[in-house]
Ligand binder design. Sequence first.
Ligand SMILES: NC(=O)c1ccc[n+]([C@@H]2O[C@H](COP(=O)([O-])OP(=O)(O)OC[C@H]3O[C@@H](n4cnc5c(N)ncnc54)[C@H](OP(=O)(O)O)[C@@H]3O)[C@@H](O)[C@H]2O)c1
Length: 270
Amino acid sequence: MTATKFAFLGAGNMAAAMVDGLLAQGTVAPADLACLGGGGQTAALLAARTGITLAGSLPALVAGADALVVAFKPQQLAGADPQLATLTAGKLVISVLAGKRPARLAQTFPLARAIVWAMPNTPARIGAGMTPWCSLAPLAPADRATVATLLAALGHAIEIEESLMDTAAAVSASGPAFLFEFAAALRDGGVAGGLPPETAKILAVETVLGAARLLARTGTDPEELRRQVTSPKGMTLAGLGRMEARDFRGTLRETVLAAKARSEEMSRDT
Ligand SMILES: NC(=O)c1ccc[n+]([C@@H]2O[C@H](COP(=O)([O-])OP(=O)(O)OC[C@H]3O[C@@H](n4cnc5c(N)ncnc54)[C@H](OP(=O)(O)O)[C@@H]3O)[C@@H](O)[C@H]2O)c1
């Protein structure tokens, strides 16, 4: 019998993204994965859809797993089953819970061999995520490899110092919302200029997508790519002038710092 490699406690959107990504990459087989939810149907549905094991109990879920992936809601950590303390003895625990720092996780998983806190974002659902992560203590190479395998299922990942997690999350976890707001504003600008809403929408969406792909593929600084679009006395310069006059950069800077401040605040509520 194949040993379960990853056990998912919580089987909602984020767990499903990880399971789908792992299976799509072929790095693990359905038999290597197990899940358990709360009182609802998500775990049964995930197991039925993907062929992974639906665990009958918490001990059954954790037994035989190399790593426990904690993917329920952050507010459910306080009421988590106390059995988890002993069940996770010697295991690698990887949490994706927003705002729950490794030291807080260590209260629930005091005997774990290693504790990792990762903050995925919503593009992870299509394998295009960006996940900053940190650990309570330096990881053994094998655990680092396990974390890399799991997070690669969601897209890109980057290890950072814990003290930088709030800022990183403000950029990458909240960032998609800021970009969606930008896309909506670009669309609305088109509508204000007389475009039919559907035309404005497709122009805005494909432009955001194409520009982001160009940025990623070339590795060129955004300022340089902006310069390449901007001719002297041209239309783009006229638009950029209005962005500057309204301090677009300053607004985005404050946006990121406000998200960071809120993340710090939420981390203090255990
Ligand atoms: N969605 C994102 O983009 C995103 C990004 C970064 C981090 N996260 C983090 O990912 C976590 C999960 O988010 P989500 O969007 O996947 O939530 P979700 O879709 O609402 O799923 C929550 C899951 O937790 C299960 N659950 C509830 N109570 C439980 C318990 N006591 N023990 C075990 N499982 C329990 C639910 O099972 P039942 O159906 O049985 O109730 C469900 O499977 C959150 O902590 C969030 O902070 C999410």
